[in-house]
Design a protein around this ligand. Structure first.
Ligand code: C2O
Ligand code: CU
Ligand code: CU
Length: 557
């Protein structure tokens, strides 16, 4: 705690004492207050475990290991306003190579905003960049007015002060740009951070909770860098969702993390624009899923792999008490290997390796078939691409929490679905060879694919749905063109079924983003208001799909 206070003071004085924004930023970077800083709770020391740039010549730059940085925490004590300043900087995604990036209060990504249920948190976002940016709190149940959708653009040089009324259970959420048509490139450049909500339940559960030691925020994002170390974001390549080959964790490639010989909690966030992951450990060890997007599961669910789509969060607990190191990896995994081979073979036979073509081909196949998805034929989002994500080593000197895990984590009161609840249907589409859509919508003038929901692309002037507050509804989401992570603002929902199947234990918790390959159904209720001026959004969380119109607006009154 001592160290956190110090961090906050440092941050505050850094802002107070310097007039010039650029200078401020430089100071913040030097002071290690951005991503490079780690607060070792309890030790009273601020230890920078960030980019350890030893000057030693690495044989292969890209394989050099660095400790995974931990974003500093930003808390509002005594109603102090949290300052989140967006600015440009340089950041070593690869060791020794300076990449121009953007971040909040630092060169890349941003601090972890730590709040409690019941708190009213004053926040100010400042924009020192040269383009307008809207910033959204993904996973927050807050009124539309402070949701930070595309209606809330912050001009260059401008700021937005708001108060976030936190009225929801403990969970891991995040903040990121939500600018109309530019969410993809802005998030890609580095603007994103965690929001962690605590409550009495999370306080009392005997789970790992020493931030930065056995409770680790872990955001996974894929990036492409050119030979000068600049981020590549090409609109053409990204048309159907940007996927790249350099995997970063908390902003850096090839991270390693020393953890205690005990239980370690990972707050996983897929912060990628479009890539799906199938995470597991190199030794195929069992780990426990304890929380989904919106809060704790009722009990820990033992699993060996977890699939995560863009925007999704999962908290998992891994047992390192045997002292064995392990690598978090992503790829074909336990049940996927055969599928990859089959897909590769199919693609070879088709003679096309292009993902756009493949996706079209796949969706056409599915539509022309018996209408039932053949699960094993098709793995979207690059989910079968094999990557090393994050290496763990065990340091027995770190304070360790030993098991067992609590048997009960949460109570989820699931209402019985009633026939008189309103039903809303959403159909996600991307233009392809479908003649009807081509006739109706054609290609967009700029030649980009057109995408949308229920037959129309996102239009800032149109409210697509009007929802009644405090009323349970059933939402049915269908995709006829590929797989999509469907996200809804202002709520958490409970799945009823996915792809026509009952919901697995690990997906039975509160969620705000769900995989829709073909069909997902969930029940949802909104507790806050969103009026016409600042409506909520629902959209595909493949950011390029969102930017190209796979999004809609709705009010809650
Ligand atoms: Cu994470 Cu509307 O977004
Ligand atoms: Cu959101
Ligand atoms: Cu999509």
């Amino acid at each position: 705690m001592v160290s956190e206070v110090r961090t906050r003071q440092l941050l505050r004085s850094a802002f107070r004492d310097l007039g010039d924004t650029a200078l401020k930023r430089r100071q913040l970077i030097k002071g290690g207050l951005g991503l490079g800083a780690l607060t070792l709770a309890g030790s009273g020391l601020m230890v920078s475990l960030g980019a350890r740039n030893s000057g030693a010549v690495a044989r292969s730059i890209s394989s050099a290991k660095r400790q995974m940085p931990i974003p500093m925490q930003l808390e509002s004590i005594n109603d102090a306003q949290l300052e989140l300043t967006m600015g440009a900087g340089e950041w070593e995604i690869l060791p020794g190579i300076k990449t121009p990036t953007t971040g909040f209060n630092g060169p890349c990504l941003g601090p972890t905003v730590r709040v409690r249920n019941g708190q009213d948190v004053p926040v100010i976002y400042r924009n020192t960049l040269t383009e307008s940016i809207a910033v959204h709190g993904h996973g927050l149940h807050v009124p539309g007015e402070v949701d930070g959708g595309p209606q809330r653009e912050i001009e260059p040089g401008g700021s937005w002060s708001l108060e976030l009324p936190i009225r929801q259970q403990a969970c891991t959420s995040w903040y990121h740009p939500h600018t109309h048509g530019r969410t993809g490139p802005q998030t890609y450049k580095g603007l994103a951070g965690f929001i962690i909500i605590d409550d009495e339940n999370s306080d009392s559960l005997p789970l790992p909770k020493t931030y930065g030691v056995d409770d680790l925020p872990v955001v996974i994002q894929d990036r492409a860098l050119n030979s000068q170390g600049r981020l590549i974001y090409s609109v053409e390549d990204a048309e159907d969702g940007l996927m790249a080959e350099t995997i970063t964790v908390n902003g850096i490639a090839n991270p390693v993390r020393a953890v205690p010989a005990g239980l370690v909690r990972l707050r996983l966030l897929n912060g990628s624009n479009a890539r799906y992951y199938r995470f597991r450990f190199s030794d195929d060890r069992v780990f426990y899923k304890i929380a989904t997007d919106g809060g704790f599961l009722e009990e820990p669910v033992p699993i060996r792999e977890v699939v995560m789509l863009p925007g999704e969060r999962n908290e998992i607990v891994v047992d390192f008490s045997d002292g064995n190191p392990a690598m978090l990896v992503s790829g074909p995994g336990l049940i996927g290997a055969a599928n990859t081979e089959r897909r590769d073979r199919d693609n070879r036979e088709r003679g096309d390796g292009d993902s756009r073509e493949r996706r079209d081909e796949d969706s056409r196949e599915r539509r022309n078939g018996d209408g039932r998805r053949r699960r094993n034929d098709w793995e979207p989002g690059g989910m079968n691409d094999a990557f090393d994500i994050l290496e763990f080593t065990v340091d027995p000197r770190l304070p360790a929490l030993r098991g067992p895990l609590p048997r009960s984590l949460n109570t989820i009161s699931r209402p019985t679905v009633r026939n008189d609840w309103p039903v809303r249907r959403f159909e996600l589409f991307m233009d392809d060879d479908d003649r009807r859509r081509r006739l109706l919508f054609g290609r967009r003038e700029d030649g980009e694919m057109s995408m949308g929901i229920n037959g129309r692309p996102m239009d800032m002037q149109v409210i697509n749905e009007r929802v009644r507050r405090n009323q349970w509804e059933r939402w049915v989401v269908r995709s006829y063109d590929g797989s999509h992570p469907f996200h809804v603002h202002g709520c958490s929902f409970l799945l009823l079924s996915q792809e026509g199947r009952p919901v697995s234990d690990e997906n039975a918790g509160w969620k705000d983003t769900v995989r829709v390959d073909d069909r997902a159904e969930f029940i949802v209720r909104f507790d806050h208001e969103a009026k016409d001026e600042y409506p909520y959004m629902y959209h595909c969380h493949i950011l390029e799909h969102e930017d190209r119109g796979m999004m809609g607006q709705f009010t809650v009154t």
